[in-house]
Design a protein around this ligand. Sequence first.
Ligand code: ADP
Ligand code: TRP
Length: 327
Amino acid sequence: MRILSGVQPSGELHLGNYFGAIEQHLRLQHEGEALYFIADYHALTTLQDAARLRELTRDVAATYLALGLDPELATFFRQSDVPEVHELTWLLECVTGMGLLERAHSYKDKVAKGIRPTVGLFTYPALMASDILIYRSSLVPVGQDQVQHVEIAQDMAQSFNAAFRCEALVRPEHRLSAVPKVPGTDGQKMSKSYGNAIPLFAQGKALKKAVNAIVTDSRDPKQGPLDPDTCNAFALYALFADAGERADLARAYREDRGFLGYGVTKKLLTEKIEARFGPARDRYAALKAPGSELDDVLRQGGLRARALAQETLEACREATGLGRRLT
Ligand code: ADP
Ligand code: TRP
């Protein structure tokens, strides 16, 4: 089984990215041949600042490595180290009806949020399909918001194979994490671009500030029961807590009139974040330092991924009649 996923270096990684994607990526590296990449070409649709892109690319790489990505198990690379994806994107675009991309939610959502509607933003799902198909990936672990993109990749693979009567491309399936939609501090989906994120490696004052920003209602626990099911702070705490801890806190919300309220939940959540991500924070800082092993890991991964991509692209070129590229 070949597993593939990508994360954009478009902002600091947060709890939503971790529970929606990273945790599952790290687990799956033990279950098949995994390829994970930093989607820097995709990030250009919204980030046009060279220094920032370079920095965020190293941030994402350091985060994955610090949290346990094993470069011996998984091929870890930068999307832009495999420029062949653009050639396959073109081949796919030529067999894809306009309607397929016109129906994509993410373009409409992003434009509604004020992101400039460029051609790149519109064709983003075609590049993503190419990312998936060029490695003949069978499984694509993603969060809920990316499922439609994997379906687009399925359609494109089928259209290509049908148009050229070949089996060059493999149909991928998505896999959702156990927590496909982590709420942000305001209760909307947590996202780098909504100002509602809790970063993975925040500490001290910054962590406190992020956790305190979680919106809760103003009910006084002394006056009556609180509802854990509609509480953002509880939902975030529940991501870290085991079943017993969850049940205890839920009981305090509903029954304990001496319960001190949402501040308690926020404190428990802060402790959980510290305990889970604190140990990786030093590794993260060391990996981000210039001259760490990070650059070599990405280089080796890029070379490996590129060789796989070239193989698929050759088969696709043959199928279309373009024929082998010159060497
Ligand atoms: P963002 O929305 O912060 O820009 P990305 O779009 O770069 O995040 O997402 C990277 C990965 O993390 C994707 O697989 C996406 O589905 C997942 N993800 C992002 N935010 C969340 C969230 N709030 N809950 C669950 N998964 C998420
Ligand atoms: N579009 C994905 C996101 O915003 C990132 C991505 C690019 C990706 N190419 C991919 C994810 C291929 C899975 C497979 O999160």
